[in-house]
Write a protein that binds this ligand. Structure first.
Ligand SMILES: Nc1ncnc2c1ncn2[C@@H]1O[C@H](COP(=O)(O)OP(=O)(O)OP(=O)(O)O)[C@@H](O)[C@H]1O
Ligand SMILES: [Mg+2]
Length: 285
């Protein structure tokens, strides 16, 4: 384990500090509840009896060493994995075996640890792909000149305008027509955030949105995440390894280790938790 992380977990302030902006949105009621989730792959127990909740408008971080089960947890929430035990409740609705599309339609969007963008397509088209769920008219109606065509064109224009607003918000106007594969990694991650925002989610699940970024890129991404949270009121669930970032931008933190929950509380509570500190000792993070 690096000494930097020991310090960050134990006491130190923040390597990638974001200027503390006043938070405009008050944190609300619980909207997402994870209850007694267990998930295994053959003999591997990825998650064991995990429970935690997420309140409306909060930034909720999930941290833990490599292989702790963080991505698996998000995969359970967004319907990629079906846990063997437990339940997940979103806005009072419990879903046992929902697929990703159904979860997305309920208002939960996701970015992935490895980018899932169309590298040959432009920034605009990639973000537009996030609007698919919102489109009422189908592609045939858009192509054929039939009685629905004008409605389809109108809808298309509205979606394009929505996407342009996201592009402005994320300050990537200069790259609107650039194929995503030609952008530096930090900007690709921003486009991925834009694709998820295009779904107008109530809850945004972010799996290591700052992995591989330099300090400046991390500061930018931290600011965008807080801006999304403030301006759209989007609830954020964030997996992040950089303890400075976690301490800076999250309201509460869940700590996983070997598939078990070992900590849950405010950043200050978690970094003072001896079990959390020792979980990070001996890891590479
Ligand atoms: N599809 C899968 N098939 C088999 N095992 C899996 C699968 N997905 C995850 N696992 C296992 O579950 C455990 C938790 O993995 P997971 O990817 O959730 O960890 P993580 O906390 O996200 O780690 P990292 O910080 O490296 O991204 C690991 O032992 C992993 O090998
Ligand atoms: Mg992961």
């Amino acid at each position: 384990m690096s000494s930097a992380v020991t310090e960050a977990v134990a006491a130190a302030p923040t390597p990638a500090a974001v200027p503390a902006a006043p938070r405009r949105r008050g944190i609300g009621e619980v909207i997402l509840e994870v209850k007694n989730i267990s998930l295994s792959f053959g003999g591997v127990k990825a998650l064991t009896d995990i429970s935690f909740d997420v309140r409306e408008h909060e930034v909720r971080a999930i941290i833990g060493p490599n292989g702790a089960g963080k991505s698996s947890m998000l995969n359970c929430i967004n319907g990629v994995y079906s846990p063997q035990q437990g339940r997940i409740t979103f806005r009072g609705r419990t879903f046992d075996h929902m697929n990703s599309r159904q979860v997305a339609e309920m208002g939960i969007a996701r970015t992935f640890q490895s980018l899932a963008l169309f590298k040959g397509m432009s920034v605009l088209d990639n973000i537009m792909s996030g609007r698919n769920l919102k489109m009422k008219t189908n592609i045939f109606q858009q192509v054929l000149r039939n009685p629905w065509a004008s409605a389809a064109e109108r809808e298309e224009t509205e979606h394009r305008e929505f996407v342009e607003r996201i592009v402005d918000f994320l300050e990537i106007q200069a790259y609107r027509r650039t194929p995503v594969g030609r952008l530096p990694y930090g900007l690709q991650k921003r486009v991925d955030l834009g694709r998820a925002l295009a779904m107008q989610p109530q809850v945004l699940l972010l799996d290591e949105p700052m992995a591989g970024m330099n300090v400046e890129e991390k500061q930018d991404m931290s600011r965008f995440i807080l801006d999304v949270n403030d301006e759209y009121g989007t609830t954020i669930v964030l997996i992040e390894h950089d303890m400075g970032v976690v301490m800076d931008i999250s309201d509460r933190v869940v700590v996983l280790d070997y598939g078990k929950k070992i900590g849950d509380g405010t950043p200050a509570e978690v970094r003072g938790n001896p079990e959390v500190i020792s979980a990070y000792l001996g890891t590479s993070h």
